[in-house]
Structures are given as C-alpha cells and as structure tokens.
Design a protein around this ligand. Structure first.
Ligand code: APR
Length: 371
C-alpha cells in the first residue's frame, strides 16, 4: 500500500512545475501563504487531533508517511490551531489532509489527488475564517469569500436566515393606474423591479445598499443593522475607504451577510427641508450605487429608503426622486441588471412605492398630455 502511495506521489512531484494542475495548486497554496516544503512523518499529524484509533485512521496515518510529498508547516499550523481552537467554519471538522491521504492510500487518480489538494487550499483558508472576530485580514477574507459560490458561502452567514432572490416576488404594473404616466412603457424593464418589505440584511442577492454616514464606520438604523450582520471585519474594510461624500457610493464585501457585496452611500440630511441640492444628492445616491453595482457585475441590488430615517428626508418626496432615477438608469442599462429591489421597512413606505410605481413603470403606453 505505502509503495502505491509513494508511486502516486512521486508521479505528482514529477508533474511539470510550470504548467498543469499542480502549478495551479502550488500557486493556490502560495497565495494563501502555504508553500510546498513540509515533510510529513508517520503519526506526526494526528488527524482531528486524535491518535489513529480505527483502521481507517490507521490507513490515513500510514498514507501520510510519504517522504517526498510536501506541503508547508503553515498548513499543519492551520490544522492544529483549528483543531485546538475550533474555527467558525464548519469545514474545520473535515480533514482535507485526511481526504487527500485516504485518496492516496486508496490509489485514486493523480488528477483527483490534485483536485483534493486544491480543495485543501480552500479548506486551509476556511480554517482561518472567523467572521465573529475583527482580528482577521479583511483582504484575505474578502478574496476567499468572493471566490465561493452562493451555496459554499452559506455556512458563513451570520444572519438567522436568508431570502434567496427567487423568493423575492417581481412587481408587475397593472393596467389603468391612478394617474397617467409621463414614461413610455418599456417591456425590457418587466421582471426587473421588486418591492420587498423586511430586513435588507437577510437578502441573498449580489448587493445591498447601505444608508451610511460619511465616516463609513457604522451607525444606527439600517447602517447599524448591516454592520452587525456582516460582522466586525466589515468596519476594517470600510476604514480603508477613508470615508464617503454625500451622494457618492463605495463597495465592500458582504462578509457575514447573505449579500455578496455592500454598497455604502451617504444620503442628504434634510432636516432643514428639501431643496435642489438635497434632491440632486438623493438621486446621485441611487445612480452611483447602481453604477457601482454594474461595475462589479452585481446584477441584483436592493435599496433601503435612503435618507428617510435619521436624515429626515420626507418619504413622500423621496419616492419620486428614487423611482425616476432608477427608471432612467434601467432604460439606459437594463442589460446589466436583473433586479432592483426597493426594500421597505415601514408600512407607509410600502404603500408609497406601490402607489407610485405605476407612474414610472406604466402597464401600457399612457403618456400624460404635454398641455
Ligand atoms: N432593513 C431595511 N430597511 C431598514 C432597516 C433594515 N434592517 N433598518 C432601518 N431601515 C429603514 C428605515 O426604516 C428607513 O426607512 O431604512 C431607512 C433609512 O433609515 P436610516 O437607517 O435612519 O438611514 P438615513 O435616514 O439615511 O440616515 C443615515 O443614520 O444609521 C445612521 O449611520 C447612519 O448616520 C447615518 C444615518
């Protein structure tokens, strides 16, 4: 058995260093600070922190005694620390080295071994991820999380539940709205708008927009909810953005949120009333957030009612600026977005959006007379 393992492993080592799957794996290991240098010896690595008690573990330990196969002490450190401290990742309990060794012991193909190595890289990273702590390296954490599929990212959500896009109903215009619309009907915008009542932090979509303040370091309202759900590492990335001006938008990873990204924008403060400056700033928030989303290939975006809470912008005025801005952006860029979701939190906002949407997304060609 050990002979077979050695044969397989020497085959892997013989793979050309510059091309082929192993170079990718080497590159992956390198990227995560893991280099091909370490030599395992029999029993030096007890899988799962326990001595081999069963024949399978015995196999694995035996398979680990390969003098020429290598990875770095770092991986071993990851492994030991995760076994000792327990990582937030549920993956920590499954030994990627065990899989690999078992594969080697059972003589699976080299490609499968390399793939298993590759999985090992992902799992090695997973061993380090702890979204409950501010200690992690936000760049490494962001790169790792953004490399995962939606399904693979789910174990990292810090919210009690999540709402996938296909469970968010599409709003459809109904014929005979209350007032004639000043917009042409545009069939290309059908199926692209939703009004969702609830907590924006639950939405499992490409990007949620945060009604932030200029520091980007968190606050109350939806800003506080987003930072709480994302976890403390979000603030680290936000701090690296050095603030945000009113009307501007900046993007970060979603971290512990079901949303892949958070787009932070700063709405106008309208405690002294709404003038042209406040109207223009609010429109910029929505336009720049959509622009930032499409620049990052985020195709589903949810907005809270920006500025209508602590910043005091009257909801019944804000709704018109919002619907007009999003309509104009979608007319020009409908191919880059699958869904824009107006995430309302208060019953009055839900009513306002449903009442005014037909004015901006008419069911049929009903143009207001220009007279
Ligand atoms: N999900 C969706 N919408 C929410 C949520 C939530 N979890 N929590 C609050 N809202 C709604 C509010 O009901 C309001 O309609 O978001 C809208 C925006 O309200 P605020 O969060 O107060 O935002 P804003 O008015 O833009 O004020 C921004 O408040 O939280 C601070 O740091 C933030 O200083 C900034 C200011």
């Amino acid at each position: 058995m050990a002979h077979q393992v050695l044969a397989r492993v020497s085959h892997i080592r013989a793979l050309p260093r510059t091309t082929g799957p192993l170079s990718r794996v080497r590159a992956d290991f390198h990227r995560t600070g893991v280099k091909f240098k370490h030599i395992f010896t029999l029993g030096s690595l007890q899988l799962g922190g326990k001595p081999a008690t069963s024949p399978v573990r015995g196999h694995i330990n035996a398979a680990l005694r390969v003098d020429s196969f290598s990875t770095t002490a770092t991986a071993k450190a990851f492994w030991r620390s995760s076994q000792a401290k327990g990582s937030s990742s549920p993956r920590a309990n499954r030994g990627w080295l065990g899989k690999l060794a078992l594969g080697a012991a059972l003589g699976v193909s080299t490609v499968a071994l390399v793939q298993s190595l590759h999985t090992g890289v992902i799992t090695a990273m997973a061993l380090k991820i702890n979204l409950d702590s501010a200690q992690g390296d936000w760049k490494e954490t962001k790169e790792f999380l953004l490399s995962l599929s939606v399904k693979d990212r789910r174990p990292y959500y810090r919210t009690s539940s999540s709402v996938p896009l296909d469970e968010i109903p599409v709003w459809a215009p109904t014929a005979g709205g209350s007032e004639p619309s000043s917009y042409q009907r545009n069939e290309k915008l059908d199926q692209k708008i939703s009004v969702y009542t609830g907590d924006i932090t639950m939405l499992e979509i490409d990007a949620i927009v945060n009604a932030a303040n200029k520091t980007l370091l968190g606050g109350g309202g939806v800003d506080g909810a987003i930072h709480r759900a994302a976890g403390p590492i979000l603030k680290q990335e936000c701090a690296s953005l050095h603030g945000c001006e009113t009307g501007e938008a900046k993007i970060t990873c979603g971290y512990g949120l079901p949303a892949k990204y958070v787009i932070h924008t700063v709405g106008p403060i309208a405690h002294e009333g709404v003038g042209e400056e406040e109207r223009r700033a609010l429109r910029s928030c929505y336009k720049n957030s959509l622009q930032t989303a499409t620049e990052n290939a985020a195709r589903s975006v949810a907005f809270p009612c920006i500025s209508t809470g602590i910043y005091g912008y009257p909801s019944e005025q804000a709704v018109h600026e919002v619907l007009a801005t999003v309509r104009e952006y979608l007319d020009a860029h409908h191919d880059k977005l699958d869904r824009v979701i107006f995430c309302v939190f208060l019953p009055k906002d839900k009513e306002l959006y449903l009442q005014n949407l037909p004015l901006y997304y008419p069911a049929e060609a009903t143009i207001k007379s220009k007279l």
